[in-house]
Structure formats: C-alpha cells, structure tokens
Ligand binder design. Structure first.
Ligand code: ATP
Length: 753
C-alpha cells in the first residue's frame, strides 16, 4: 500500500538508520571499542542512504556508546525487530520548526546530542499521538503545559525489522492497525497493545497518577490490559520514587495470574507482585487454616449442595455493618492497652501511667498497637537508662551518709565495726542488685500489656457475650452466623470473607510486615470484592494509589461483592476518579449483540457495550440430541481449518464441566478440565464460567446439561460472562434454547445448526 508513497524512501532510510544505531549500541556492549570502530565503518559502507543522510552517518560514527544496564540491553535486543510503531509530526509553539517523533515501546536517545531517535509510548509527548486529534494539541510534561500543532500521525507495520506498510491516520480513517490486531487469534494469553491503545483507554492509563481510579468497563473493553499498561506508565513516570516491587496486582485466581503475567514482561513490570486476595492475606497474616473460597461456595450453591444461608453470612462479613462492628471491637481491644500503674524503679517513679498512656493513645496514635508498645518500651528503656545513674548515685549517697553516721556517731568500737562493714557490704549488694534489676525492669513492666493473637482475637468476636456487647440488636441470621462461624473455626476452617476481617484487625494490632507492603495496588475484577475487602486493603496499605477495574454486569459474587461503585467513592476513596469504558474490543458485533440482550434483562440498568466494528458469524445453538458429538467434531474440524487456535467449553457448574469432560474423553479431542489452582492453560479447555472470567478464547462452546441458565440475576451474570469470552465464534450446546435464555432474545440474534 505504501508503494509509490512520496515518503517511502525516507521511511525506509529512517528504519535502516534506527536499526543500525540499535545494532551498534548492542555491539558496543558486547565487543571492545576497537572492534566497534571497525564495525561502524562497515555499517556506513553498507548503508544505502549514505549520500542523502549525512546527519545519520554523523550520528553513527560519532556515537559515544556508554554502558547500558542488562535490562536495557535485553529490551533493545527485543525491540530491534520492531523499533517503533508510530510517528507524529509536531510543531511546538515556541520552536522554529516542525519536528518528527517516532514512537516505540522504549525510548532511544542519540548518545551525543540526547535527541530522541525513538520516543517511549509513555512519554508526555507520545500522549499527543494517543489523544486522537490532528491539529492544535497540548500536553503536559513536568508540570508544564506545552501547545502546538500535530500535522501528521502515521502508523507502521514492521515485521522482523522490515517495513511492511505504513498509513496515515486522520479523523475519518478508521484504525486499521486496531482492526488487524483484533482479527488475530488468541494464544491463551494477553498481549500488550501499546500500538493500538484507544483514546478512552489512554485517558485511563494516564489519569492522574496521584489519585485512585475506579473503572467500570464492559466485558472485553480492555480493563485488565489497561490496568497493566497503567502500571507500566506509572513506573515510567514515577521511576524515581517507585520500584516494580512496590506494586501489587490482585487477580481472581492463579490461572488468571498466569494469564496476565505474560504481558507483564512486555510492559517491563514483571517484578510487580501478583497475588489473589486470599493468598495475600494468608501470607500477610501467616494463617494457614483451610479457606472455603467464594468460588467453592458459589459452585456448591448452584449445584444445590450448600445452605443458601452461607451466602447471607458471607454478605454480612463483607459489609459496612461488619466494618462498624470490627471498629467497635477494636475500640474494646484498644482499652486493654491502658496501663494502671506508674513505671517505678527502686522506689523512684520513672514515668507515670498517665504519660505512658498519653504516648499510647495520643502521640503514637498513627501506629498499630504493637508498634506503639514497642516504642513505649524503648522510651522506658532510655528513660530508665538516663535515671539509673541518678538512682545509683542517690543510693550510694544514702549509704555513705549512714556510714558517716556510723563512723562518727557510734562510740562502741566493736559495734561500729560491725555496722560499718554491714553498710559497706549492703551498699555493694544493693547497688549490684539495682543494676541487675534495671536490666529486666522494663520487660517486667511491659508484661501488663496484652499479647493479642490475631486468630484468637478474631474468633472471640463470634463469642456470644463479646458480640452482643458490641451490637445489642440481635437477629436470627446474626445468631446463625456466629454459630456457623464457631463450628467452622473448630475445624480450623475459615470462610473467605473472614479474611478481610482478619486483615483489618491485623492492620490495627501489628500492621503489615515490610515485605507485604505495597505502595500501589491494582484490583482486577473488583466487582467481586466485598466492601470490607477493599476498605481493608486501603487501610492496610495506607495509600490512595489504587487502580480498581471491574464490570458490575459480571458480578457473579454479587451476594458479597459490590453492587455499585458509588459505595467505594462515598466510603473508601473520596478523591477517586470514576471512568468508564464502553467500547469492547474482544468480540464480534454479532456475539456482543447477543450478550447485550442479556444486559437488558439485568436489574442494574447497565449501558450496552459497543463492539468496535468487527463482524463475524452469528452465534449458533446446537441441540444436544442423539449424535450431537458428531456435529461437534465436524464443527471443530472446520474451525481448526479456518485458523482458530484456542477453544473453550464453558459450563455453568463444575458438575457439568466434569460431565462433558468425561463425555469427550472418549473422543480423544484433547480437551482438558481446568481447576482454580491450575497455572498453565492449554488450547482446548473445559471450565465453569466463574473460572473463565477475565479469560478469552477464539471459540467458545457454552454447554448446559444439569443446570440451565435461568432469569435469576446470578445466572444472567454467569451467562453474560460466558458469552463474552470468545474472540470469534460462539456456540451454545444444550437441550433447549431456553437453557441459554434464547427465548428472551430476538430470533435474529442467533441461529440454529
Ligand atoms: N486498544 C486495543 N487494541 C488491541 N486490542 C485490544 C485493545 N483493547 C483491548 N484489546 C483486546 O481486547 C481483549 C479484551 O481485553 P481485556 O481482557 O483486557 O478486557 P477486560 O475488559 O478485562 O475484559 P473482561 O471484563 O471481559 O475480562 C484482549 O484481547 C485485548 O488484547
């Protein structure tokens, strides 16, 4: 397409130069300076643009190559195949000329002049590229605002170092690079999207880094992807202050962590901590009791093996009510740190109880209780050390006075001798004794502070007397919750909703260990978090730097999870920016139209997702009748032939996943069942909808047997999650169309095969 383009020659030259510069830089790290000089001559010899681009020649031959870090070198080696993906021509107001900037995954500067050869996609100026406008623009860098004019925005397709194509974009052209990228097939992993980030996504990546953000985004709108790009942007912009290890990414399960972890190295943030909420709390508290996860509870409820009351208990333990209860409990615990007696030593007052309590309750009020106790201990130790000398002097003085009195006041020589020798020995003994006592005096005094054990303290909250002293209005459900919790604790089991309460208490009692601290937190699938979980995380990390992304329409743990984002804005992050992502990139218009029909059945009144223009086949219903397997086999074959790579069979329940796996095993199609703890994902998998959340596949077969989807709000959400997983094709295999609620959508949204 670029054949005959007036800029083709110039673009080819530019690419050759950039690659040559990168090669030189890489070589310079690997070989000596002498060999380098020779290499430079050879490079110049071979470059085709020798005559026209003197400036480039100059840059190459004069380059003063400095040592790079191992990481920089590795990135450079990777990038030489695709040094940049875009260009902008920008005329800054105060500058005489228009400048051209090439944008890539990493910046590259001319080592002599420090002028950019490639601009990092995260740099302030690159924002101009993503903001979408040709014409007058402005950008901010280091707090200053710059204005100027963008006259050209160009995208490049570079494969294996060769310029395949380039095209200019303006307001009317659609983003072909994006279309190409979306048409590709999933290889069971998430990728970086720096070359196709869209305007609404860019706004989220670059939203004020000092403020928390909450993002409501439709299924497939890029929430996970964008949250990870925001970390990359954050680390780039704040590299002086934050290290990747300071970041914590919270994801729903191990499988998901594996799925996203591959995108992290590409974004340069692989060292960020990644965990599930449960794992994080287990590590932070050191509690190793069995945790009954929300996933287990959900499955058991769907399959009818669990008393639905468990859901009510979970809801209570994640609620604002429970937070208030914990606060009342914490106030009670705090009282137990009050000391009654002054700190006395050898009859002297070292520090009064009042001033010790003042330290605990006022001066150190910012610290967790045990830290306060430690601090008080060291204050007492240093005060004692300071006063010990005076005490010893006073004691010695007292004995010396008595000695004087004995020496000069006693007439009887025998008695005087006995007295004097007694006093001398006593003095020595007493002083030695005081010295000895002083070593343990503080520790003895400190014994009156309570030693609270987290797990015990938490269990006591469910003790009838304590609970009712904190909350007198009792009810049956609260009584049942206490009884059920006590029964669980006896077996050394916890409900996953207990973890937030435990972490909350820990925050007050001891605070987090240094290794568990995070300075910036990303929460994916945030709709599944309870109010208390997010509130506690905020409290535990003492930071507002949260990126929270989720989709209420996918809130399958709605019984415990967030029902509206306003709750977070009102009660946790008052300064949060709330942003939405409405366009969806994952799937086709046809699939999204069907999924959108479900949205209208949900009570939340959520806006419909807008698929980015990409058509595909209409979703199909396959009746599960005699011989359906043969139909499935033929279909699979066709799909493979048409280039589809990843396939998932998604069920509502675990039982159905087991059943269909058993069924397909005999056909030896290589479909594997997936579990929550699974770390690898194959290309043909069978999994229940709750596990498929966040993931994507080329082709998805929904399979229903024992548990048809109903119009219950949980079912609607599970079906919505399942339907929005495919990139290209969606099939529904079941006995009746009603099993997928197809009777509630218009006939043209699906077909029957
Ligand atoms: N700007 C973009 N350019 C190319 N691909 C994109 C873009 N934005 C998103 N995608 C792709 O769309 C798909 C969905 O992205 P992602 O999984 O991040 O969405 P999500 O909102 O987290 O989805 P869900 O809520 O359904 O889990 C991914 O394949 C991602 O690579």
């Amino acid at each position: 397409m670029s054949e005959g383009h007036p800029d083709l020659k110039q673009e080819l030259e530019r690419l050759s130069f950039t690659k040559a510069y990168m090669e030189r830089l890489i070589d310079s790290q690997e070989i000596g300076q002498e060999a380098l000089k020779k290499g430079q001559e050879d490079t110049l010899e071979n470059l085709s643009f020798k005559d026209s681009s003197l400036r480039y020649q100059e840059m190459l031959s004069h380059a003063n190559f400095m040592k790079m870090s191992k990481e920089q070198l590795e990135s450079l080696q990777q990038l030489r195949k695709k040094p940049y993906f875009a260009r902008i021509d920008f005329h800054r107001k105060e500058k005489p000329d228009r400048e051209t900037f090439y944008i890539g995954k990493m910046s590259l500067f001319d080592r002599e002049t420090q002028l950019p050869i490639i601009l990092d996609w995260r740099s302030p100026l690159a924002n101009v590229y993503y903001e979408g406008r040709i014409g007058e623009v402005s950008y901010e860098a280091l707090g200053e605002r710059y204005e100027g004019h963008v006259s050209l925005k160009r995208q490049y397709q570079i494969e294996e170092g060769n310029l395949e194509n380039f095209r200019d974009i303006d307001l009317t052209t659609k983003d072909e690079l994006l279309q190409d990228s979306l048409a590709q097939n999933a290889e069971s992993r998430l990728t970086e999207i720096v070359s196709t980030i869209q305007e609404e996504q860019n706004r989220i990546i670059r939203a004020d880094l000092r403020k928390p953000i909450i993002v409501q985004g439709a299924a497939g709108s890029g929430k996970t992807t964008i949250a990870l790009h925001r970390i990359s942007y954050f680390l780039y912009t704040m590299k002086e202050i934050f290290k990747p290890e300071d970041m914590l990414v919270l994801a729903p399960n191990r499988l998901f962590i594996q799925y996203i972890s591959e995108v992290l190295p590409e974004l340069g943030v692989q060292r960020a901590q990644q965990s599930t909420f449960i794992e994080f709390v287990q590590k932070a508290t050191g509690i190793d009791w069995h945790v009954l996860t929300q996933h287990e509870v959900l499955m058991q409820t769907i399959e009818g093996n669990r008393d639905p009351q468990t859901l009510e208990f979970a809801a209570i333990k994640g609620s604002k009510f429970f937070k208030d209860l914990l606060n009342a409990y914490i106030r009670l615990l705090k009282k137990s740190y009050q000391v009654k007696e002054d700190f006395m030593f050898a009859g002297f007052r070292i520090k009064s109880a009042k001033s010790i309590n003042r330290l605990f309750y006022d001066e150190y009020s910012y610290f967790p209780y045990e830290v306060r106790v430690k601090k008080i201990k060291s204050v007492l130790q240093s005060e004692l050390r300071r006063k010990k000398k005076q005490i010893l002097d006073k004691m010695a003085e007292k004995y010396d006075e008595e000695l004087d009195r004995a020496l000069y006041g006693m007439r009887n020589a025998e008695k005087r001798k006995i007295r004097v020798s007694f006093l001398i020995t006593r003095k020595e003994e007493r002083l030695a004794e005081i010295k000895k006592l002083s070593r343990t005096a503080v520790s003895r005094f400190m014994k009156q502070y309570p030693k609270l054990k987290l797990l015990e303290v938490y269990q006591e909250l469910f003790n009838e007397e304590i609970f009712l002293s904190l909350h007198s209005e009792d009810s049956k459900v609260l009584r049942d919750m206490r009884a059920e919790s006590r029964a669980l604790f006896k077996k050394k089991h916890l409900q996953s909703e207990d973890l937030a309460g435990l972490l909350y208490l820990k925050t007050f009692l001891t605070g987090l260990h240094e290794d568990d601290q995070a300075k910036k937190v990303v929460i994916d699938e945030a709709q599944d978090y309870s109010f208390l979980e997010i509130f506690t995380l905020r409290k535990a990390f003492q930071t507002d730097l949260f990126t929270i992304v989720g989709d209420l329409a996918q809130g399958i743990y709605n019984y415990r999870g967030l029902k509206q984002w306003e709750t977070l804005q009102e009660d946790v992050f008052s300064s949060a920016n709330y942003l939405t992502l409405q366009k969806t990139y994952r799937t086709t218009i046809e699939i999204m139209n069907l999924a959108n029909a479900l949205l209208t059945l949900m009570p939340e009144n959520l806006p419909k997702a807008e698929p980015v223009v990409r058509h595909g086949e209409t979703p199909a219903f396959i009746r599960k009748e005699q011989g359906w397997e043969a139909k499935f086999l033929t279909l699979l074959q066709e799909l493979l032939e048409s280039g589809m790579k990843s396939f998932a069979i998604v069920t509502k329940s675990k039982k159905e996943a087991d059943e269909v796996r058993g069924h397909l095993d005999s056909l030896q199609l290589g479909f594997e069942g997936l579990g929550e703890e699974q770390k690898e994902m194959a290309n043909r998998v069978i999994l229940p909808a709750y596990l498929a959340k966040g993931l994507e596949f080329d082709v998805v077969f929904l399979y229903s047997h024992f548990h048809p989807y109903t119009e219950d709000s949980l079912d609607l959400k599970m079906l919505y999650v399942a339907m929005t997983r495919p990139l290209h094709r969606l099939y529904m295999i079941g006995e009746k169309e009603e099993d997928f609620l197809l009777h509630r959508v218009s006939n043209d949204r699906f077909r029957k095969v």
